[in-house]
Write a protein of this length. Structure first.
Length: 202
């Protein structure tokens, strides 16, 4: 039986890693050597931090929000192959990076609202099932977000019922963790979804 979880606090550790960064070619060999050495040092510190994190926490949350900057992120919504394919590829690369360094317990956060248009957020919600095929728990954080209240022309405070409707779809798509504002309502939708799922399996 698939188990569902609700979280209400901010995630303490969010892993956002750049994998295989290209070293810029430079005619000055000395500058290139320094660049390479600096990058190697950063990679080593990153690996050491991962090892340290593993000692204290159960799982790492990897979030697709590497374009995050409040002032500019909504100008960075171009995804050549579509947002679902982009997020899938992003996770695929970084899962490989983490596993090569001994990290096994990973939670995937598709980063709803980060450098994604309203339409792309709904496309991504519909692609959660594809992301879950990567074999890791999917965390969905859409509670009262602008993807909900802007199209409805309401305030975040008025977005509870619409949030609940989308939580159902997130569960149906394969999400196992919901990050929410309203715990009671989230628990209720999970209970009803469990009943629905069990009934429709027969």
């Amino acid at each position: 039986m698939r188990r569902f979880y609700i979280i209400t606090l901010a995630i303490i550790i969010v892993v956002v890693m750049r994998v295989g960064a290209t070293i810029t070619q430079n005619d000055d060999n000395n500058k290139e050597a320094k660049h390479t050495a600096a990058q190697d040092a950063r990679q080593q510190r990153r690996a050491e931090r991962l090892a340290e994190y593993e000692r204290y926490i159960d799982s790492l949350v990897m979030s697709h929000n590497f374009r995050f900057a409040p002032q500019t992120m909504q100008q960075l919504t171009e995804y050549e192959n579509g947002v679902v394919a982009e997020v899938y590829h992003y996770f695929e690369q970084r899962i490989k990076y983490l596993r090569e360094r001994g990290v096994e317990k990973i939670i995937l956060d598709p980063g709803f609202g980060f450098a994604k248009s309203v339409e792309q957020n709904y496309e991504l919600l519909g692609g959660v099932s594809r992301l879950s095929a990567l074999g890791y728990p999917i965390l969905v954080g859409i509670s009262r977000k602008s993807m909900i209240y802007k199209p409805l022309e309401i305030t975040p405070e008025q977005a509870l019922s619409a949030t609940t409707a989308l939580h159902w779809e997130a569960l149906r798509q394969g999400a196992t963790i919901l990050r929410v504002h309203d715990v009671v309502q989230a628990r209720e939708v999970i209970r009803l979804y469990d009943i629905y799922r069990d009934a429709t399996k027969k």
